[in-house]
Write a protein that binds this ligand. Structure first.
Ligand SMILES: [Zn+2]
Length: 217
């Protein structure tokens, strides 16, 4: 079987999406890109995360053709491959339907730098990509455009996408941005949140380069 290590990571992080509340049911999907092989290791479509095994994970090419595996790949694979084709800094994508991010996305809102770790998105705001039908190239392109110079983006009326150099960092960004969305939402209920300046965010991004990479185990 190809890519056993990556298959293990896909199963592990799919289960982690459920245990951390980043998604419910079979919502969301995760992938890892093997850039040297131009192949994507991705979660399958419609399989319960709790019973998913490494054999259930699917290997596809950048056009979505199955290279190894008996399941269909996630129907949202286009949200992953658009980044692997066009962003050399992204080798893993996590797509989830977390409550607070999805709530803000349903309002068409972006997430400003209210909570300081919002800066893990790579800039002063997490933008919200325009709505399009799930599973379409139009949606993948909207998400890609809205994630320019960023590592996380909201998807209108749907959820969140995070990308990074590896799956641990992509997952970490998804978790931090969901926490940021929750804090922003709750702060707005009590008053007007203070927003960190663009300069303040830039200072943090410089500091992150030195200190805050998570590592894959
Ligand atoms: Zn989705």
């Amino acid at each position: 079987m190809m890519f056993e290590k990556q298959r293990d990571l896909i199963v592990k992080y799919c289960n982690k999406m459920i245990s951390t509340g980043l998604t419910r049911g079979t919502g969301g999907n995760v992938s890892i890109y093997s850039r040297e092989d131009e192949l994507v290791i991705i979660s399958p479509s419609g399989i319960d995360y709790e019973t998913m095994t490494t054999e259930d994970v699917v290997v596809i090419d950048l056009d979505g053709n199955v290279v190894e595996g008996s399941n269909r790949p996630s129907s949202e694979y286009g949200l992953h491959t658009v980044f692997y084709r066009n962003r050399e800094d992204i080798n893993s994508v996590v797509h989830a339907h977390p409550i607070y991010s999805s709530t803000l996305a349903t309002l068409g809102m972006e997430i400003p730098s209210a909570y300081y770790l919002n800066a893990v998105c790579g800039g002063p705001n997490v933008r919200c990509a325009k709505y399009a039908l799930n599973g379409t190239e139009e949606l993948a392109n909207n998400v890609f455009d809205a994630m320019k110079d960023r590592y996380v983006v909201l998807m209108a009326n749907h959820g969140l996408v995070a990308g990074a150099k590896d799956i641990a960092n992509a997952f970490n960004k998804a978790e931090e941005i969901e926490l940021s969305a929750e804090i922003y939402y709750k702060a707005k209920l009590l008053g007007t949140p203070n927003i960190i300046s663009d300069e303040g965010v830039q200072e943090m991004l410089v500091a992150f380069k030195k200190y805050s990479q998570v590592t894959t185990k």
